[in-house]
Design a protein around this ligand. Structure first.
Ligand code: UDP
Length: 480
């Protein structure tokens, strides 16, 4: 690659939820701001190296490089949580990242990492590059992350974890115990240590990019820019640059899209728990009944129940008499064949959510899924499972007003009647206010990305800093 244009490197941690927004950011920097970009992807032996996603849409300007797979088997045990595993994988990938950047003929101007990549800042410093972190979640999650190290650990442990008091984040909504982020729960767990470290490293960046936009989180973004509130914990400027989502692929043909073509407008509820979410066997049964009782059309991306659920052990993912998988109620497929489509494991979500027949989304509230729903004006049923998804669900129902949510305690099974009622709430007339809100936010998100608008300008700011840095380094190299 040549160097007349500024060259940015990006580092994506494993998982579709991280890779997709990093790719979209790379594309934006290339298409809107005249950059060339190299995206380094950390892979494991089992990750999606065959994925279509890993083919660059503009190979001359945007290169996607898979770093050699990392093997962390000797560094974990059966109880190591997934977030800790991600942190360890990213640490193990640092030497190959350093080697790959050092081997480039021309030194890139900046390194942009996601939440799990902040340890790579040391490489950027050593190689004289600007360093940024891209939060592929909300500004509220960012506020929590950078504020937490400033709290006395005792406040977290005594008041929040033990007494279930909310965590107060200056200038932002406080975080209820029931919606908390799992890593804060156990100071003895390695994830707590890793998360605090990320919160300390993040404010040392030259800038923090967030996949949100001004009108979606005005209060939190205000607090992050305000020296009297959260500004005191981060000198790094915060840049809301979203919503960056993977666009639907035009003309993609698939059975599910052909089925959607035959359904009335806004009549289908789409049910999916992201790239890794699973339910217990009991919960899967209740959801099946809830969908059936709601009498709404549906697409359900279903996965076999999780194995640590006692009831799930009896399932061998075999079939019942009518082809219904044995973890769904008997004859479910026959009874719902006119109204529903069950897809195993994976579906073309961006294309489904942008289809006019889809009218609601029952989602685990992963941030990409959430943005994809809002960007298509689709109201939601919030069904958070792990990571920061409960925070997202609280924001969607209480602050933003685009979702309904179960009143059940997180550890309880949500019953079929409540599921039926939530689906009706979103899909029938009474859901109109939420739909109107989602449609208004769809427009506001589109506007934020237009040339001259808030998210576009935020990214321009980052781009200008990179151009200035490049000029400065060139002048220095020529003795200027
Ligand atoms: N996704 C998809 N098909 C599926 C499940 C997920 O295309 O069946 C995509 C989805 O559109 C989103 C990403 O994978 O872009 C999941 O990211 P998210 O942040 O919502 O959740 P995560 O998978 O990280 O929990």
């Amino acid at each position: 690659m040549q160097t007349m244009k500024p060259h940015v490197t990006l580092l994506a941690s494993p998982g579709m939820g991280h890779l997709i927004p990093v790719l979209e950011l790379g594309k934006r920097l290339v298409s809107d701001h005249g950059f060339i970009a190299t995206i380094f992807v950390v892979t494991t032996n089992t990750s999606l190296s065959q994925s279509q996603l890993l083919k660059s849409p503009i190979p001359q300007l945007l290169e996607i490089v898979l770093l050699p797979p990392v093997d962390i088997s000797a560094l974990i045990n059966p109880s190591t949580g997934i977030l800790t595993q991600l942190a360890i994988m990213m640490r193990q990938a640092l030497p190959s990242l350093r080697q790959a950047i050092s081997a480039m003929r021309f030194r890139p101007t900046a390194l942009i990492v996601d939440l799990f990549g902040t340890e790579a800042f040391a490489i950027a410093e050593e190689l004289n590059m600007l360093k940024y972190v891209f939060i592929t979640s909300t500004a509220w999650f960012l506020a929590l992350t950078i504020h937490l190290p400033a709290l006395d650990a005792k406040v977290v442990e005594e008041e929040h974890v033990k007494n279930h008091e909310p965590l107060l984040i200056p200038g932002c909504s406080s975080l209820r115990f029931d919606d908390t982020f799992e890593p804060v729960l156990d100071r003895n767990n390695q994830m707590y240590v890793e998360y605090i470290r990320m919160g300390i490293e993040m404010p040392t960046a030259d800038g923090i990019l967030v996949n949100t936009w001004q009108d979606l989180e005005p209060k939190t973004l205000g607090a992050l820019g305000d020296n009297m509130k959260l500004g005191w914990v981060t000198q790094a400027p915060v840049y809301p640059i979203g919503p960056l989502i993977r666009p639907a692929e035009p003309g993609l043909s698939s059975e599910v899209l052909a089925w959607l073509d035959m359904q009335p407008q806004q009549s289908v509820v789409y049910v999916s728990f992201g790239s890794g979410g699973t339910l217990s066997a009991k919960q899967t049964t209740e959801l099946a009944w809830g969908l059936e009782l709601s009498e709404q059309r549906f697409i359900w991306v279903v996965r076999p129940p999780v194995e640590d659920d006692a009831a799930a052990a009896v399932f061998k993912t075999g079939k019942r008499s009518d082809d219904t998988p044995d973890f769904l109620p008997d004859c479910f497929l026959t009874r719902t064949q006119k109204t529903g489509l069950v897809i195993l494991k994976w579906a073309p979500q961006a294309e489904i959510l942008s289809h006019p027949s889809v009218g609601g989304f029952l989602s685990h509230c992963g941030w990409n899924s959430t943005l994809e729903s809002i960007a298509n004006g689709v109201p939601m049923i919030a069904w958070p499972l792990y990571a920061e998804q409960r925070m997202n669900a609280a924001m969607l129902t209480e602050d933003i007003g685009v979702a309904v949510r179960s009143t059940a305690n997180p550890s309880e099974v949500v019953g079929r009647e409540e599921i039926e009622s939530m689906i009706r709430e979103i899909m029938e007339k009474k859901g109109n206010a939420r739909r109107a809100r989602a449609e208004a936010l769809k427009l506001s998100g589109e506007n934020a990305l237009r040339k001259g608008a808030s998210s576009y300008n935020s990214l321009s700011h980052v781009a200008n800093d990179c151009v200035m840095s490049l000029k400065h380094l060139k002048a220095k190299a020529h003795g200027g």
